[in-house]
Design a protein around this ligand. Structure first.
Ligand SMILES: Nc1nc2c(ncn2[C@@H]2O[C@H](COP(=O)(O)OP(=O)(O)OP(=O)(O)O)[C@@H](O)[C@H]2O)c(=O)[nH]1
Length: 308
C-alpha cells in the first residue's frame, strides 16, 4: 500500500526552469522527487526505482513523450500501476486524446497552477491506492496471507519464461497435508483453519530466498516455486520443510502416519521435465500421488537421480 506522503514522483522535462517550478509547487508535500531530462534517463530511473507517478513533458531532446509513454506501458519491468500525467504547453485536443488513448492517466497544461497540480496528483495517488488494494485482494489468500491460485499461475508462468530465457532450472513443489479430512472432522473446521495457518507459517519461514515463492492453491494444498533450483535442491528443501512442520508439533491423533500434522510433497523440475507449465504441474501432482501412495509424510521427485 502506498502512503501518500512517501509517493515517488518522477519529473521528466528538459527545461531546468520548468523543473524548478514543479519542484517548488510540490515542496510542501512529502513526496520523493526524481528528475529526468530525456527519454533514456527516464527509463533508467523507472528501472531502478518503484516510481508511482510520472509528470511527462511532450517534447524531449531524444524523442517525444507520446512514444515514451507507449514504451513505459509496454515494458513489464516498470511498475505496471504507475500513473502518467502529461505536462505540456501546446494545447491540442488531438494530442491530448492520443496521449490518453495510449495509456496516460491525465493531462496538465503549462503554466502549471500549484493547486491544480497538487489536486491532480492527489487524484492519481488515491486511484493508485485503490488499484493496489484490489490487486492485493485478488492475489492473496485471506486465510494464510500466502499468494492464491491466480498469483501462483501468474508467477509460475513468469518464472518458467525467465528460467528458459536464462537457462536455469525451476522446481515446482506441490504440498498436501496428510489426513487433513480426519483432522477437520475430529477437531472441527475452525481448528482446521488454524492448522492451515500454522502450515503456511512453516512454509513462509523456509522460503528464505527472494526467488522462493509460496502459495495456497486449494483447500489444504500449497505450491512452492523455487527459481534456479534443480529437483535435488528442491528435495533437500522439502525435507527441511517437513522437519519444520514436525517441529511445530501440531497434534493429529487421527493421522495414520504420525501423532503430529505432517505433509507429503510432489516435486517436478524443468531439467527432468520441461518449461511447459501444464506438464510441470501435472508431473508435480503425479509425484505427490506417489508420495501419498508410498506412505505419506515424504517427498517424491521426477528426477530419480536426485532421490538417490
Ligand atoms: N478447515 C479447513 N478445511 C479445509 C479447507 N479447504 C479444504 N478443507 C478440507 O480439507 C480436507 C481435504 O481432505 P482430503 O482431500 O480427503 O485429503 P486428506 O484427508 O488430507 O487425505 P490425504 O491427502 O490422502 O492424506 C477436506 O476435509 C476439506 O473439507 C479450509 O479452508 N479450511
Amino acid at each position: 500500500m502506498i502512503n501518500k506522503n512517501s509517493a515517488k514522483i518522477l519529473i521528466v522535462d528538459d527545461d531546468p526552469n520548468q523543473i524548478q517550478v514543479v519542484i517548488s509547487h510540490l515542496q510542501h508535500f512529502d513526496y520523493e522527487l526524481f528528475i529526468a531530462k530525456n527519454s533514456a534517463d527516464t527509463c533508467k530511473v523507472l528501472a531502478n526505482q518503484h516510481i508511482d507517478l510520472v509528470l511527462l513533458d511532450i517534447n524531449l531532446p531524444d524523442g517525444n513523450g507520446i512514444d515514451l509513454c507507449r514504451e513505459i506501458r509496454s515494458n513489464h519491468e516498470f511498475n505496471d500501476n504507475l500513473s502518467i500525467v502529461f505536462m505540456t504547453s501546446h494545447h491540442s485536443n488531438e494530442q491530448e486524446a492520443k496521449g490518453l488513448s495510449i495509456g496516460a492517466n491525465d493531462y496538465i497544461y503549462k503554466p502549471v497552477n500549484a493547486d491544480v497540480l497538487a489536486a491532480r496528483i492527489n487524484v492519481q495517488l488515491q486511484q493508485l491506492r485503490k488499484t493496489k488494494l484490489l490487486s492485493h485482494y485478488a492475489n492473496v489468500d485471506a486465510l494464510t496471507e500466502l499468494g492464491n491460485r491466480r498469483a501462483f499461475d501468474n508467477q509460475l508462468q513468469l518464472e518458467l519464461k525467465r528460467g528458459e530465457r536464462e537457462g536455469v532450472p525451476v522446481s515446482l513443489l506441490t504440498l498436501d497435508i496428510d489426513f487433513f479430512k480426519a483432522y477437520n472432522d475430529n477437531y472441527g473446521h475452525p481448528q482446521g483453519d488454524t492448522c492451515l495457518r500454522d502450515v503456511a507459517a512453516a512454509i513462509k519461514s523456509e522460503c528464505r530466498r527472494p526467488s522462493d515463492f509460496a502459495f495456497r492453491v486449494g483447500g489444504e494444498e500449497f505450491s512452492i516455486i523455487l527459481y534456479n533450483t534443480p529437483a535435488s535442491g528442491a528435495l533437500l528443501f522439502a525435507d527441511k520443510l517437513r522437519v519444520a512442520l514436525i517441529d511445530k508439533a501440531i497434534p493429529h491423533e487421527y493421522s495414520e502416519v504420525s501423532n503430529l500434522v505432517t505433509m507429503s510433497v510432489g516435486i517436478s523440475d524443468t531439467l527432468s521435465g520441461s518449461y511447459n507449465i501444464v506438464e510441470l504441474i501435472a508431473s508435480a501432482d503425479d509425484m505427490l500421488y506417489k508420495a501419498k501412495q508410498s506412505g505419506r509424510n515424504n517427498a517424491m521427485s521426477n528426477d530419480w537421480f536426485a532421490a538417490i
